[in-house]
Design a protein around this ligand. Structure first.
Ligand SMILES: [Zn+2]
Length: 540
């Protein structure tokens, strides 16, 4: 089901298999946003390998041997735990001394040659590093467990938690250090692999996007995905960190920002590009909301029916695992696709800053199980879209910010008075949550509601820096407080500055209704993009 959906480049941002984009590197990148001189971004380049059928067996043999050697070194480290107190470089030297036979070191304590006769040095070293990584992780789990145990015992409590166990099986992908590969071009590479009988150089063809010229290439790894072998290459890009948002907004009136309004209706995201001076340059609607919502509802309905049959009602029980997984996968994919589209759009228009609004608190939907579950998941997805977009934007040298969500849907982007929100064909008055159109009585602006909200979001960021007296979380809104449309709950302010990436919703309105495409935009510029729905992964 999923194989058809992610395009190669969406994948290249986040790889679940290679681990090149670790949580740590993401954190590093995000920390760098706070104003380091240089930024660094990591992602994985992934290429499909084209090889003779026989080579697949060789790759498998190579990986099996690699894991044997990793397991061997893991044992060596367990027998010499102090190795873990050393730096990686010193540990490598110590481990080679313990295992590698040379003229100077004729009788190592635990010779590797007992396991494999002639492992190339770089194969050995890649395995040592892999083993060190696993051993360090195991050791820290173990010491945390010991601490918890000691703490419980000191309090006289019973401690039943089982200690962590070392890995029983190994399934690491073989990393190819320099010396294990050569002659890499855009279409081929020569690899040194263990065939099961001997070490052999083989030439394989590569298909995939070209390696970017401006990134530093790490050691490629042979990755098995299903039945096919891929070559993953970690890439590190160094660049000068962009100037702070404040600087960009105050020092250059031509700075363009891309403001994003995330929604729960058909338009998952509405993005507008505007300059700091206020000229609106482009808009895009990223659709597909109704389909993802329909898909989720269908799956949740199935889960509910299964539960009725089996009598499981408790939340969080391990039931319907594959259905949950299906929903999660699709949500995840959509979040990646939408965030990628946002960043792509921002980049295409030369935007330097991405701005979202804080997600307000989750307002639980009423109704059936599938309806409640659906709206909860939709909120989670908004959080994920933000997180991914922030990361992807940073890789493109863009910074991301958030503004107060207060009344973004109710304020006129042109004059900041309250707008009327209404359905097409209805009178332009009152406030109908989730309705597609807005009309401002004060200045006569008519437009698409989500697009208006997106413009307001962008303006809030600009105002924050241009009128520093207006505190960060406070939104400018020149309206009489207390004027509320009947039946609409008050909006909530986001409480924290840069709080959890998850839930909390804005629009006091549920935005459950589908939104018709707006045909009556009468704001200062034309609509540059017609909404094009996302390619959708749900069809199985
Ligand atoms: Zn107005």
């Amino acid at each position: 089901m999923l194989s058809q959906l992610p395009s190669l480049w969406t994948r290249s941002y986040f790889s679940s298999t290679a681990g090149a984009v670790s949580a740590q590197t993401i954190q590093d990148s995000l920390d760098a946003q706070k104003g380091g001189e240089y930024g660094k971004s990591n992602h994985d380049h992934q290429a499909v390998l084209n090889y003779q059928d026989a080579h697949a067996a060789w790759f498998a043999a190579n990986q099996a041997l690699f894991n044997q050697v990793v397991a061997f070194y893991f044992e060596v480290i367990q027998a010499h735990e102090r190795v873990l107190d050393l730096s990686d470089k010193e540990a490598l030297r110590a481990l080679e001394k313990l295992t590698h036979t040379t003229k100077k070191n004729p009788t190592p304590a635990m010779p590797l040659s007992a396991l494999v006769e002639d492992a190339p040095a770089m194969f050995r070293r890649a395995a040592i590093h892999a083993a060190l990584g696993s051993a360090r992780s195991f050791s820290s789990h173990l010491s945390r467990w010991k601490k918890r145990k000691a703490k419980a015992q000191a309090r006289g409590k019973q401690f039943t938690e089982r200690p962590p166990v070392p890995p029983r099986t190994w399934n690491k992908s073989a990393t190819l250090y320099a010396g294990q590969w050569k002659e890499r071009t855009s279409s081929s590479i020569v690899l040194k692999v263990w065939t099961g009988k001997c070490w052999s150089w083989i030439k394989v063809r590569i298909t995939g996007r070209a390696l970017p010229a401006d990134a530093e290439m790490g050691s490629p790894a042979l990755i098995r995905r299903g039945k096919h072998w891929w070559l993953h290459t970690p890439l590190e890009k160094h660049f000068r960190s962009p100037p702070t948002i404040e600087h960009q907004v105050t020092a250059n009136t031509a700075t363009t920002i891309c403001a994003v309004d995330l929604n729960l209706n058909e338009h998952l995201a509405v993005c507008t590009i505007q300059t700091v001076e206020g000229t609106v340059l482009a808009t895009t609607f990223i659709g597909g909301g109704r389909r993802i919502s329909g898909f989720r509802k269908q799956q949740l309905g199935r889960i509910a029916r299964n539960r009725r049959k089996t009598g499981i009602i408790a939340e969080g029980e391990q039931d319907n695992v594959h259905l949950w997984r299906k929903i999660t996968h699709v949500d995840e994919q959509i979040a990646h696709l939408v965030s990628a589209r946002i960043v792509q759009f921002a980049k295409a228009h030369g935007a330097k800053i991405l701005v979202f609004e804080y997600l307000g608190s989750l307002k639980p939907a009423r109704g059936t199980y599938s309806r409640r579950g659906n709206s909860k998941r939709a909120y989670w997805m908004k959080g994920r879209i933000f997180t991914y977009a922030k990361y992807k934007a940073y890789n493109e040298g863009m910074l991301t910010s958030r503004v107060s969500p207060r009344n973004t849907s109710r304020e006129c982007a042109r004059c900041h008075h309250l707008v009327a929100r209404y359905e097409a064909g209805q009178p332009a008055e009152g406030y109908t949550s989730g309705a597609p159109l807005v009309f401002c009585q004060a200045c006569g602006m008519r437009g698409h509601a989500d697009r208006n909200a997106s413009l307001v979001i962008g303006q809030r960021l600009i105002t924050r820096y241009q009128n520093p007296s207006q505190g960060k979380p406070q939104a400018p809104l020149r309206v009489e407080r207390g004027e509320q449309s009947p039946g609409v709950a008050a909006c909530q302010d986001a409480k924290s500055e840069e709080g959890p990436s998850f839930p909390q919703a804005r629009h006091a309105d549920g935005n459950e209704h589908g939104t018709a495409q707006d045909r009556s935009l009468r704001m200062d510029e034309h609509l540059s993009d017609i909404p094009h729905p996302l390619r959708f992964p749900c069809e199985s």
